[in-house]
Design a protein around this ligand. Structure first.
Ligand code: RI2
Length: 355
């Protein structure tokens, strides 16, 4: 059995909610557009299929699409019988699928850097790196979950946005749900308000599914209810995921995050992002330098193909927004919770272990 298949079996024994894995010579992934009503497993045998799965958001979540980079480059090495040229080409295709989450770019670059030599030697090097990255991503979730859980008190109501969870990461809880799940597993009595997150509904369809699976009490709200809930004193803390953290601490995350952060500041509610060193990008100076993915606006004017606006209505779909660092109370990482001034404090903590 290949090392990567041994790792997958080990992950499955840990009962992780894997969004993607390697089995029988192919990549398998859960089609997240079908959740929560179907857990359809798709078999991916080519890089173009994987690229389409990422672009169409069959698999999504910055941690999970980062992991696609690991599995994808390994698949390319296998399919090309160890051709460094074809592996490099596969890397460029994967990096072109979605521009905002930095994990994908970083992971692909790490994997392609191992694709030296040729044939079985190249395949073996690439597979070894994939195993290292997959283990690292899961360790991040346990570690950041533990640091973040220290911020959560017994009895807290925690709001989150989008889905920053197991299916969006390495299988324990992604970023935000790793914090929430760890606090719950420590016996803290917490309640989660999850925003539905239009138009893809990551919150209603996937976060609610995971919180139910983990036995964590939760309430679903629409995105435009967050201000009401905060003004009524229903929310004690907010924890969201992250697609890219700039060198100055500005945060790119699902659209709507910025709005929640503004309301949180108005109501003196602590606002945290859960991330990892792998999502902090020192090559991006500030949020102004982060490319926000603009997705097909038909996802706004229809739901599951049913029109929700008059024919021909013009719509807009920025998939992310930028929350300025001044609205962020703390950045939860696998090495602790980093506070402002982020420009200096991020480098102090992360420089030593930037991956
Ligand atoms: P982790 C999602 O974007 C959201 O922005 C969410 O916060 C993040 O990625 C989850 O990833 P999309 O891929 O923070 O659903 O859990 O568009 O890594």
């Amino acid at each position: 059995m290949r090392p990567i298949e041994e790792l997958v079996n080990h992950f499955k024994e840990k009962e992780l909610a894997l969004p993607i894995w390697f089995e029988g010579g192919a990549i398998k992934l859960i089609d997240q557009t079908k959740l929560p009503f179907e857990e359809e497993v798709c078999t991916i045998t080519t890089i173009s299929q994987l690229g389409e799965a990422i672009s169409s958001m069959m698999i999504r979540g910055s941690g999970a699409i980062g992991i696609c980079g690991a599995y994808g480059i390994f698949l390319a090495a296998l399919n090309s019988k160890g051709s460094s040229k074809e592996v490099r080409e596969a890397g460029e295709l994967l990096k072109s699928t979605r521009p905002t989450a930095v994990n994908l770019m970083k992971t692909v670059d790490e994997m392609v850097a191992e694709a030296v030599g040729s044939g079985d030697e190249l395949i073996s090097r690439v597979e070894k790196k994939a195993v290292e990255i997959l283990n690292r991503q899961l360790d991040f979730e346990y570690q950041l979950g533990a640091y973040g859980a220290e911020l959560i008190n017994d009895g807290d109501t925690v709001m989150t946005h989008c889905h920053s969870g197991a299916f969006g990461g390495a299988g324990y809880g992604g970023r935000a749900i790793s914090v929430i799940r760890t606090a719950h597993e420590q016996g803290k009595n917490i309640h989660v308000y999850t925003c539905e997150t239009r138009p893809y509904l990551q919150g209603a369809r996937i976060t609610a599914l995971e919180l139910k699976k983990f036995g964590i009490p939760h309430t679903l709200i629409t995105d435009n209810m967050s201000g009401f809930c905060m003004s009524e004193g229903m929310i004690d803390k907010i924890v969201v995921g992250s697609d890219r953290v700039a060198a100055n601490g500005d945060l790119a995350n699902k659209v709507g995050t910025y709005m929640h952060a503004l309301a949180a500041q108005a109501h003196n509610i602590p606002f945290y992002t859960a991330t990892s060193s792998h999502t902090i990008d020192f090559n991006t100076r500030s949020g102004r330098d982060i490319e926000v993915e603009m997705r097909n606006a038909t996802e706004v004017t229809t739901f599951k193909g049913i029109p929700t606006a008059p024919e021909g209505t013009h719509a807009l779909y920025p998939s992310f927004d930028i929350t300025p660092n001044g609205l962020i109370t703390g950045i939860i990482t696998e090495k602790g919770v980093i506070s402002s001034p982020y420009e200096t404090n991020l480098k102090k903590v992360i420089d030593k272990l930037t991956v």
